[in-house]
Design a protein around this ligand. Structure first.
Ligand code: UT7
Length: 322
């Protein structure tokens, strides 16, 4: 099996900022409760003219520009989402249309909720190996959610948690180490009926997450013959700061390696991992040659871990423009 390397990132962030204080004017909550229980200070909601489709197109466009690739070199597109613009065409097909991507490639949306980006990356590698060509060893992978339209804004137990965003990445087939660990345990702890609203047994999901996250991380490290010390970054799904803290403690890990940005975006489900990767890259803290693990967990209940290397040409075109 070939490896898979990260070579570009992008993000589509909605313009409307909603703070904890804003929400405390709608439901019986407080900045103090939300901050201490979750680490979230604010989230973004789509404003007029923005939706899951436009965010995912913006994120994909930025990743493609940052890569410097010609659109004709993209060998497959997967958008992980539970909240695309339409049921059909898929968000991935909207991206294909807008970016002028090739027609003879697989283009699809994938639903694995908050584990979606990791699932999509694993699936994209499989598709490239199965139907790609030597001239198109690149996959465009997007995680995108517009959860604000799926929330009951009178339910304080959920409406303070989620936000809208899209993140994108381009991965390339190569020979560097890559491993995935995917799984699911059919369970109704998080349910999103068609049209919403999101319902969640928060404590049950919390217990699941603090078990699944370290297990999945261990599983991918075992497959790549690495230890936590070999990793430069661990990018987990940004559901709750306390979930990450629990795992750091359980793993006796260095907390500085576990990136957090839920304070600014809340829980953006499939978008959280690629948005975090893009931020790290933009801040110059994700460098070529670095070893990274990502872990998603959530609705399904699903989990997904992956370990990969950052390519020498990470966002090379963007770097040239600076
Ligand atoms: O992305 C998918 C994965 N999702 C997750 O990973 C979420 C995992 N779960 C969690 O992050 C946490 O369970 C929550 C943040 C959802 C909840 O935190 P918690 O510490 O488990 O709180 P709780 O549900 O046990 O509620 C504690 C109290 C309750 O009041 P009583 O019954 O003790 O009087 C709630 O009614 O906090 C109350 N509460 C709130 N109070 C103020 C619940 N939501 C709020 C709120 N503001 N927004």
């Amino acid at each position: 099996m070939k490896g898979f390397q990260l070579i570009a990132t992008g993000a589509g962030i909605p313009s409307r900022v909603v703070t904890n204080d804003d929400l405390s004017r709608i439901v019986d909550t407080s900045d103090e409760w939300i901050t201490t229980r979750t680490g979230i200070k604010q989230r973004r909601f789509c404003a007029e003219g923005e939706d899951g489709g436009s965010l995912s197109i913006a994120a994909a466009r930025q990743a493609l520009e940052n890569s410097g690739l010609d659109p004709a070199q993209i060998g497959c597109v997967i958008c992980a989402t539970i909240a695309g613009r339409y049921l059909s065409p898929s968000n991935a097909c909207l991206i294909q249309m807008e970016l002028g991507l090739p027609q003879d490639i697989p283009v699809l949306d994938l639903n694995a909720a908050c584990s979606g980006f990791v699932y999509a990356t694993a699936a994209a590698r499989g598709l490239l190996e199965g139907c790609g060509s030597d001239s198109r060893p690149y996959a465009l992978i997007v995680g995108c959610e517009q959860l604000s339209v799926l929330m009951d804004m009178t339910d304080r137990s959920t409406c303070v948690l989620f936000g809208d965003a899209a993140g994108a990445a381009i991965f390339r087939l190569c020979d560097t180490p890559f491993a995935v660990d995917l799984g699911a345990r059919g369970d109704m702890a998080i349910t999103v009926p068609k049209g919403g609203p999101i319902q969640m047994d928060g404590s049950a999901v919390f217990r699941f997450a603090v078990d699944a996250l370290p297990r999945s991380l261990h599983a991918v490290l075992e497959k790549t013959n690495q230890t936590l010390d070999d990793l430069d970054w661990v990018v987990c799904h940004q559901a709750n700061s306390r979930i990450i803290d629990h795992c750091v403690k359980k793993l006796k890990a260095d907390p500085a390696k576990f990136y957090k940005n839920m304070d600014r975006y809340g829980n953006t489900s499939a978008a959280s991992v690629p948005v975090a990767l893009h931020e790290l890259a933009e801040q110059g803290r994700l460098q070529p040659g670095m070893h990274v693990a990502c872990v998603g967990f959530g609705g399904g209940l699903t989990w997904g871990g992956m370990a990969f290397t950052v390519g020498e040409t990470l966002n090379a075109h963007r770097a040239e423009q600076r």
